[in-house]
Design a protein around this ligand. Sequence first.
Ligand code: PMP
Length: 343
Amino acid sequence: MNLDKLLRKNIKNLQPYSSARDEFSGEAMVFLDANENPFNEPYNRYPDPLQRKLKKKIALLKDVMSEQIFLGNGSDEPIDLLIRAFCEPGVDNVVSIDPTYGMYQVAAGINNVEVKKVSLTEEFKLDAQKLLNVVDEKTKLVFLCSPNNPTGNCLNKEAVLEVVKNFQGIVVLDEAYIDFAPGKSLLPLLNDFPNLVTLQTFSKAWGMAGIRLGMAFAATKIVSVLNKIKYPYNLNILTQQKALELIENRDKVEKWVKLLIAEREKMKKLLSDFPFIVKIFPSDANFILVKMHDARGIYEFLKEKGVIVRDRSKVHLCEDSLRITIGSSDENEQFLNALKELI
Ligand code: PMP
């Protein structure tokens, strides 16, 4: 992969904005360089544009270098930035598995970039050769998602690596749900593949969807490109503080993950007894995709009962399926009790 060739010319030539905190980031007696208000500490000050303290902690946690981390306003931010950096609007394209997370298509659409979709198999498996056959000379990015949303399964590691090894552009592997699939992350292979970008997030297992913190792990050259085009202060002080606090208390996260995995297995078992359930798909995530007779009708019934799930019936390969997030034990029971009224 030749990163310079892959990059849009205007991005390659771009002179990035240089903020006050970019030009001076050390300790000083008096800061009179950023037109900040001297009152209302600490929120009067701009946050660190490169989030150095937080990245150091995440680097230790994930066993990568700080320079291999990009932090964004949710993982939706690096998804958008990658498209903007590498895809010339109206010219280049991206390839994505289908079905998958909807934001790849939306971010591409906003940037006037075509998405070529490659269907997963009926069992939601990735056919690497089929995907590679769809790639053309204008394909800059491939989007893979593992565990995949909305199907819930992890993609086969060998198939993912076949794509990474044979595609000349960048493979974005979205691992938003990977904390629920211990041992299945491809992040340990980061140093082996300069064209692999792995996305993770604080929104799922970490229980912090509200602070908006997403992570992209990639070769330092790709991280530098993302840093060059992001908003100067893309992560606010509160987000950085909250993330640091949670990292200090991360045994909490491990407990949540264990509990949610146990709840998922319990839910699968109890759901299988309902007569209208056709199939419960295997899940490595904190949700399950369930095929049932009259999914739309059941969705509407649950809604009336105050229980909201996601109707995925109109999604490719997910006909008559609802996606059900695993909640607390109490929430799951309320969901099951509502369903019982249908028997
Ligand atoms: N990737 C996938 C596969 C997701 O399902 C989601 C959220 N539903 C995201 C990314 C977005 O995560 P974030 O909150 O970090 O933007």
